[in-house]
Design a protein around this ligand. Structure first.
Ligand SMILES: [Mn+2]
Length: 218
C-alpha cells in the first residue's frame, strides 16, 4: 500500500495544502506564488521520485518568509504522517549533489529527533527576490516537523541559484534513499524499538526555536 499523507495547515499568515505519496513517480503540481520556490519543490519531487502537490496561499505581500517556512512545516508533517511508525525503512540517506561549480552534501536520518546542521557561505545573494536565508528556514521547519536529523552543507560553490538547487536536489535524493523499504529490515529500525517522537522526548531547543520564530513574526 503506498505511503501517503494529506496535510492542511491554516494560520493567520498562510494556508498550505500538501499531498505526498512516497511511492510516486516524481510528478508534482506546485503553486506557492513564489516562482523560485515552485522550481525547488518541483525538482524535489522529480528527484525524490515522490508525488507531491503543494498549494500555498500566504502573505507574500509582507515577505516570502511565512510561506516558505510554513510550507517546510507542512511538508515535514506530511513526511511524518506518511512514514507512520517507520517500520521497514532504511532510515538513513545521503547524497552528494553537484550543480556546475557547486557541490552540496545532504544527510538525513528519520530518527524522530529533529536537528538541523546547516553550513553554507554567508552573504549569498538573493535569487530573484528569494533570500538565500530562506533555504535554511525551510530546512529547519522541515527537520523539526518531519522529526529528522538533517545535515545540509555547501562544500563549495559560487552561484546562489546553483547552491539552493543543489541542496533541494540533495535533500530529494537523501530522503528518497532513507524512506525506501529495505526487505531485510524487520519492524522499526532502532534498537530502542521506536522512531517516533514522544512528548517527553521532544527536544527543547528545537521547540523553543520555533516558538521564538513565532514571536519574532509578531
Ligand atoms: Mn534551476
Amino acid at each position: 500500500m503506498p505511503r501517503t499523507a494529506q496535510i492542511h495547515r491554516k494560520t493567520g499568515e498562510t494556508e498550505i495544502r500538501i499531498g505526498l505519496t512516497i511511492e510516486g513517480r516524481g510528478t508534482s503540481t506546485i503553486a506557492t506564488k513564489i516562482p523560485f520556490f515552485d522550481h525547488m519543490l518541483t525538482l524535489f519531487a522529480r528527484h525524490s521520485l515522490m508525488d507531491l502537490d503543494v498549494k500555498a496561499d500566504g502573505d507574500i505581500e509582507v515577505d516570502l518568509h511565512h510561506t516558505v517556512e510554513d510550507t517546510g512545516i507542512a511538508l515535514g508533517q506530511a513526511f511524518a504522517k506518511a512514514l507512520g511508525d517507520k517500520s521497514g525503512i532504511r532510515r538513513y540517506g545521503f547524497a552528494y549533489l553537484p550543480m556546475d561549480e557547486t557541490l552540496a552534501r545532504v544527510v538525513v536520518d528519520f530518527s524522530g529527533r529533529p536537528f538541523l546542521e546547516y553550513r553554507a557561505p554567508q552573504g549569498v545573494a538573493s535569487i530573484g527576490g528569494f533570500a538565500f536565508q530562506l533555504v535554511e528556514e525551510f530546512l529547519r521547519a522541515f527537520s523539526v516537523h518531519a522529526g529528522c536529523n538533517l545535515h545540509a552543507e555547501i562544500l563549495y560553490g559560487r552561484d546562489a541559484h546553483h547552491m539552493a538547487e543543489a541542496i533541494f536536489k540533495g535533500l530529494a535524493k537523501a530522503a528518497d534513499a532513507a524512506c525506501q523499504i529495505d526487505p531485510r529490515v524487520t519492524g522499526i529500525p532502532s534498537t530502542k524499538g521506536m522512531l517516533t517522537e514522544h512528548e517527553k522526548d521532544k527536544p527543547k531547543p528545537a521547540t523553543l526555536e520555533v516558538e521564538q520564530e513565532r514571536v519574532i513574526r509578531l
